[in-house]
Ligand binder design. Structure first.
Ligand code: PLP
Length: 390
């Protein structure tokens, strides 16, 4: 491990409870839960228990839980599945993850702008949503700047302007920090991903409420009540459920503890690095924030290092034992200029100077001490090499 792993929004280590829950299903309890014999039934039992756990954690009925291969598939199933079932126009915000944006693009949908804080522009949304709208997708918490959406307002706007439309929320980044069961209770579709909250990679859930007409995007054996075919990844599903249980049980304490660490990191960097500007919002989630800024999930610490190249900074950070990221990681490992920050109205140079330091359930004081010791030095070295900034 690096001395300070600050990229939990990209992926967070598995929780020990999840690893322990997973192991028997990689060895003795290897059955295919779709079968009828005792080995299959043992796997089925574990699958049913995991479904109950995920349903409770997400405020859904067990029959509304569809297991998927992760956040990307859940978002694609929500958007592509609703569009395939009923057509119409699908709508999302410009700050959505590519799993939503590209799925909306593939369905020929509409993208609406965001306010400077990264939340969806509700006036633009009101203009875009009408009787032709079949689905509106607005994320609960943003993966780059961590801002929390006013989902209740979005939902009431959609219900008023297009009663037949459904609302999907990508809660992939929210689940670690926010009570998704309560906040997304009125959403029709809710996506989460195991590896963002201490489960394994390659597993997730899409909650599909009963009123949603959905066509599968994967065809085959008819698992998940015909909504998602494919042999269940039982080990990963069981581990995700264990991680979800641990996350919910510790959530309030984690938000308080890690939120304080993120606050300390942000304040320390602003104080010690000339030109470091925090991205708007407060760190400690919902509550206590100035009215003009939107709330932000506790683990997010997003900053701009004015005049410095984030790409170069991240290399220096890595050399000094700090893992962080800029923009969003794409499959090649390179970083793309952030579409989120551009949508928020940032200039290309501001976008190129921004870094996301993201904390997680296992972040420690020592990691923050280390980051606060080495980041100012790295920024100083880069500033010397590029002294143009005034
Ligand atoms: N949605 C958001 C907001 C994310 O942050 C991510 C992952 O970064 C995804 C969707 C995709 O999830 P997965 O990695 O499970 O495919």
């Amino acid at each position: 491990m690096p001395s300070a792993y600050l990229d939990h929004a990209a992926t967070t280590p598995m929780r020990p409870e999840a690893v322990a829950a997973m192991l028997p299903f990689l060895t003795d309890r290897f059955g295919n839960p779709s079968g009828a014999h005792s080995v299959a039934r043992a796997a089925r039992l574990a699958l049913d228990e995991a479904r109950d756990t995920m349903a409770e954690a997400l405020g859904a009925e067990p029959g509304q839980v569809v297991f998927t291969s992760g956040g990307t598939e859940s978002d694609n199933l929500a958007i592509g599945g609703v569009h395939a079932a009923g057509g119409g126009v699908v709508v999302c915000s410009a700050a959505e993850h590519h799993a939503v944006l590209h799925a909306v693009g593939a369905a020929g949908g509409t993208v609406v702008g965001v306010f400077p804080d990264g939340t969806v522009d509700l006036d633009e949304l009101a203009t875009a949503v009408g009787p032709q709208t079949s689905l509106v997708s607005v994320m609960l918490a943003n993966n780059e700047v961590g801002v929390v959406s006013p989902l209740a307002e979005v939902i009431s706007l959609v219900r008023e302007r297009s009663p037949g439309a459904v609302v999907h929320t990508d809660a992939v980044q929210a689940f670690s920090w926010l009570d998704v069961a309560a906040l997304a209770a009125e959403a029709d579709l809710v996506a989460v991903s195991g590896h963002k909250f201490g489960g394994p990679k390659g597993v997730g859930v899409l909650v599909v409420r009963d009123r949603v007409a959905l066509r599968p995007i994967l065809h085959g054996g008819g698992q998940e009540r015909d909504r998602r075919s494919g042999t269940h990844n039982v080990a990963a599903i069981v581990a995700m459920a264990a991680a979800a249980r641990a996350t919910v049980a510790a959530r309030d304490a984690t938000v308080a503890r890690v939120g304080a660490l993120a606050d300390r990191l942000r304040a320390g960097l602003v104080e010690s690095v000339p030109g470091a500007v925090p991205t708007a919002g407060t760190a400690t989630g919902v509550g206590g924030q100035p009215a003009e800024t939107a709330p932000r999930i506790a683990g997010n610490c997003h900053l701009r290092f004015t005049g410095l190249e984030a790409e170069a900074l991240l290399v220096l950070f890595d050399d000094a034992g700090v893992s962080a990221s800029a923009g969003s990681a794409c499959s090649s490992g390179a970083t793309e200029a952030s579409h989120v920050l551009r949508a928020m109205g940032w200039s290309a140079s501001e976008v190129g100077a921004s870094v996301r330091l993201s904390l997680g359930w296992c972040s420690t004081d020592d990691e923050i001490d280390h980051a606060l010791a080495v980041i100012p030095k790295a920024a100083g070295r880069l500033r010397e090499a590029a002294p143009g900034w005034g």
